[in-house]
Design a protein around this ligand. Sequence first.
Ligand SMILES: *Cc1c(COP(=O)(O)O)cnc(C)c1O
Ligand code: SF4
Length: 454
Amino acid sequence: MNSIVTFPNRIPVQEFEERRFKVFTDRQLDKIEAIQDLPEETLFEMKVVASVLPFRVNEYVINELINWDKVPNDPIYQLVFPQKGMLKDEHYEQMAQLHRDGADKKDIQALAKQIRDDLNPHPAGQMEMNMPELDGEVLDGVQHKYRETVLFFPAQGQTCHSYCTFCFRWAQFVGDKDLKMASTEAEKLHGYLQEHTEVTDLLVTGGDPMVMKTKNLVQYLEPLLQPEFDHVQTIRIGTKALTFWPYRFVTDKDADELIELFAKLVDAGKHVAIMAHYNHWQEITTDIAEEAIRRIRATGAEIRAQGPLIKHVNDNADDWAKLWKREVKLGIIPYYMFVERDTGAKNYFEVPLAEAYNIYREAMKKVSGLARTARGPSMSAGPGKVEIQGIAEIQGEKVFVLRFLQGRNPDWVQRPFFAKYSETATWLHELEPAFGEEKFFFEDEFEQMKKGNG
Ligand SMILES: *Cc1c(COP(=O)(O)O)cnc(C)c1O
Ligand code: SF4
């Protein structure tokens, strides 16, 4: 019933019923049954925090992914429900006071905006440095930071089936027009790709492009089968729908068309990679989540998994090992472990680099080689993706061994470099060069690039 793609050697395991997508936002907190038994104080805190940071959660996540016996320590609860500690104390107090005073919406929104501006909404120079041009015009929904990969943010994909509390893209979701990075037209994307034959990978991202109707996705992707796009070998789609709404791939009205689109792209010779965002094995515990994975993989598309290391959600080696093992069992390729970016509710979620590395290494020790394909912990910083390769002692000095996995200059990639060890540093800009060097090898060049605006 739910297969247009046929699997000659595989009988569908189970049939799944269509499910209505029901979502709650900050205005409907009182409609979420599952939280009504939580202490009143907790509900108030949620309301306060949700008036600053984006909040959105759907019924599937609430009823099937969260283990309510473990709340507030349940990882998925922490992933989607706002917590007091996500705001700095002074910000929290200011906003709580407005709510206590029954302030009107306008005042709440004004304070929210002020707080948000304080939270580094666009880390790593995202707005200024990565804006490509076509015919002298800036292309809004396109980013081209690394030579071979273009990021595309389709306008209709700038939301998600639920929001992650730690998300660095939160600036896109809170309705602030100036901050939105979104594209309107497929032609512009195609025009750009046609001119840039060095691009091998198109990465469609968001928000979550899987909130789009299939027909929109078809409009963007099918033209890439024309010969003038032969250089675009790989189409990646970044999504958390495999966690937040696996029905998208199984029973939604246009799920079969979507699966067909993947199959068509694969059959025409493209590498289709679903870049699944996973943080915790608990996200892959339902039958529908497994069925979505099975259906995607049956098209010939690959699923690669990536996600940040987040305090309160997955800051321990056992959960990572279990996640990677489960991914491999289901045919998913572990790809990246990210360090949480320096934005938003960072104080609440950050894990020091030294600890992140230890968690990574301990988790690696627990899994077989097939699960050791996850690289990291990796920071997506201005100059590139920087991986912590290890902690070493060299001639009496304790250092981080680092390397670029991706670099704004492709020549930086894979070059090892060293930073003084720090127990507390959580991001690249807090690190200092080791061995008495004044600067990291890439710094001067990167400064030049910033001045040249790209
Ligand atoms: C990670 C990333 C890419 C893709 O890099 P890969 O190492 O090829 O996965 C492309 N663009 C940006 C901005 C990225 O952060
Ligand atoms: S699914 Fe991705 S884009 Fe959406 S809120 Fe989570 S991390 Fe952000």
